[in-house]
Structures are given as C-alpha cells and as structure tokens.
Design a protein around this ligand. Structure first.
Ligand code: PBG
Length: 313
C-alpha cells in the first residue's frame, strides 16, 4: 500500500479533492453598524455593514469564492418578523447592492424568522407555542421578496412542516420558477449553533428549538425529512450541523443521490479556531475537516472557513 503514498505521486490517486467551487461563504449583514464588527465567539469573523457588503463579495471573488449565503441583522424586529419581507429590509438591500455590481455570483438567502422576531423563534408564536401553519405564508413571503431582490437560491431554515411546498408555490405563483430551493432538510436542534446566535442576534427569549428542529439521537428521521422536502420541491437538501453528522450526510447522499449540502456551523468553526489559536492544532485541520465532509457525500459546504481555506496552499 505504501508505494502509492510516495510524496510525489500521492496527489494522482486522491479520491476526494476539495475545491473553492464546493464552498459557500456566509455573510452577516448588519443594518445597525457602520464598520465591520468582529463576532467575539467566532474569532476572525465579522458582521459587515450594508455598505460594506459589496467589498466583502469582491474580496471573496479575488479568492475565486463565488457563492454566498446572506444572514441579516435588521434594525427593526417585531412579533412576526415583518422586516424579513420588507422590500427595503437588510437582506433585500444587500441583494440589490451585490447584484448591481456582479452578475455571476451565486446569491443564497436564509429564509427564517428568528433574526427578525422579538422572541427570536423561527415561527409565529402564540401562548409560548410555535405555530406551524401560521408561519408558512410568512416564509413564502420572505422567499418571494428575496427572489424579487435578486436571490438565486432561497434556503428555508425554519424547520416548519410544509415550508418547502409553501415556498415553491409562492415562488411559482409570482413568476420565480427559476429560483432554486436549498432546504435545511435535516436541521438538528444542536448545541453547535450558539456562536451564530451571537453573530446574528437570533437567540430565543424562552424555551428552545427542540419542538421544530430535529433530535440529535435520530438519523432515520433525517431520511424522512429529506424525502418529504424532495416531494415538496427541494432542489438541494442540506444537513446541519456537518461534523458530528457525517453519517447523516452519507446516508442521505446514498439514498437520494440529490445535490447535498452540509453546513459546517458556527460552533464547529469556533471550536477549531480556538484550538488553532492556542497552538493545540495546526491550520491544516481545517482542510482535513472540509475534505472529510466532502468525502462523506456533501457536494456543497457552507463554511466560515471558506476565505481562510482559499488562502491555504
Ligand atoms: C436560523 C439559523 C440558525 C443557523 C442558521 N440559520 C440558527 C438556529 O437555528 O438557531 C445556525 C448556523 C450556525 O450555527 O452557523 N434558523
């Protein structure tokens, strides 16, 4: 076996090769700031102001990173997240700003309520319950407003039953048949999201998300979630988080052969960055992790490491 591991020819027989084409860069757009703001629990990662978003995209394009997923931190929040579908909302403005400068970038938007509601939950709340069917029309409205502002792909992450169907119908009705749906199909109620909640100011005021996001003890259930989302019209299915869920990525890819995305989430990023900063791990670990996610079956990887990995040799 060692003949093929010689330094000069190893590369020839590599089964999995990570490329910048596999990566999606998350951008946090904050309507309330004037200059980039570092996220304390995500070293080297920043929220960007609305008028800094074009520059951020430009920096990524120089590294050949062409796909972006946008998260908004709005100036205004209310009970039902109306600023999420405001024509002049933070994401809608960011989309238009980017679109007016670059034609061929891929713009993806997170479709959810949690960053836009005062209670911080992903759906409409009544008597401390998160209502499913009342949330669906709002998610469709958000997706339509993103499409209108120039999104190529909408990514619903609220984990409401029937959300993909509601969004597909809404988009089609409004003439956005070409807009792609990348569904957060198997999204687990995970402890790995806490840095994101600081980053996107989307922490919840009561309870938890276990009533809508998946229980991490389950994997067969992920297959059922994905099957439903495909039936409802998802074009790309996502597993989230990635690293502790590679079995789920693998099984989904094997079973459905769909374009499959994995979200290398905030906590996975912070964990690795902390260890690198302490000198306990070296940077190549990032490359190893992302390659492993691809090896498990992910075609696309959303990762906060995108920019730094593009710089690694
Ligand atoms: C919004 C959303 C979350 C993440 C992506 N979209 C947070 C959550 O569900 O609590 C997490 C991303 C990350 O941790 O990097 N629903």
């Amino acid at each position: 076996m060692r003949r093929l591991r010689k330094q000069n020819l190893r590369f020839l027989i590599r089964e999995t090769k990570l490329s910048v084409d596999d990566l999606i860069v998350p951008i946090f757009v904050d309507e309330n700031i004037k200059k980039p703001l570092e996220i304390s629990s995500m070293p080297d990662y920043f929220r960007v102001p609305l008028d800094g978003v074009v520059k951020e995209v430009e920096t990524c394009l120089e590294k050949n990173l062409k796909a972006f997923i946008l998260f908004g931190i709005p100036a205004y929040k209310d009970e039902i997240g109306t600023s999420a579908y405001d024509k002049n909302g933070v994401i809608q403005k960011a989309l238009r700003n980017i679109r007016s400068e670059f034609d061929d970038v891929v713009l993806i938007t997170d479709v959810c309520l949690c960053e836009y509601t005062t209670h911080g939950h992903c759906g409409v709340v009544k008597d401390n319950l998160i209502l499913n069917d009342e949330t669906l029309p709002l998610l469709a409205k958000i997706a339509i407003s993103h499409a209108e502002a120039g999104a190529d792909i909408v990514a619903p992450s609220a984990m409401m039953d029937g959300m993909v169907k509601a969004i597909r119908e809404g988009l089609d009705r409004e003439g956005y048949q070409d807009v792609v749906i990348m569904s957060y199909a198997a999204k687990y109620a995970s402890n790995f999201y806490s840095p994101f909640r600081e980053a996107a100011e989307s922490g919840f005021k009561f309870g938890d998300r276990k009533g809508y996001q998946m229980d991490f003890h389950n994997a067969n259930e992920a297959l059922r979630e994905v099957e439903l989302d495909i039936k409802e019209g998802a074009d790309i299915v996502m597993v989230k988080p990635a690293l502790a869920y590679l079995d789920v990525v693998y099984r989904i890819k094997q079973q459905f052969k769909m374009p499959t995305a994995a979200y290398n989430v905030s906590g996975e990023y912070s964990m690795v960055k902390a260890a690198i900063k302490l000198g306990w791990l070296n940077e190549e670990v990032i490359y190893e992790i992302l390659t492993a996610i691809k090896r498990a079956g992910a075609d696309l990887i959303i990762t906060y490491h995108a920019k730094e990995i593009a710089d690694l040799p």
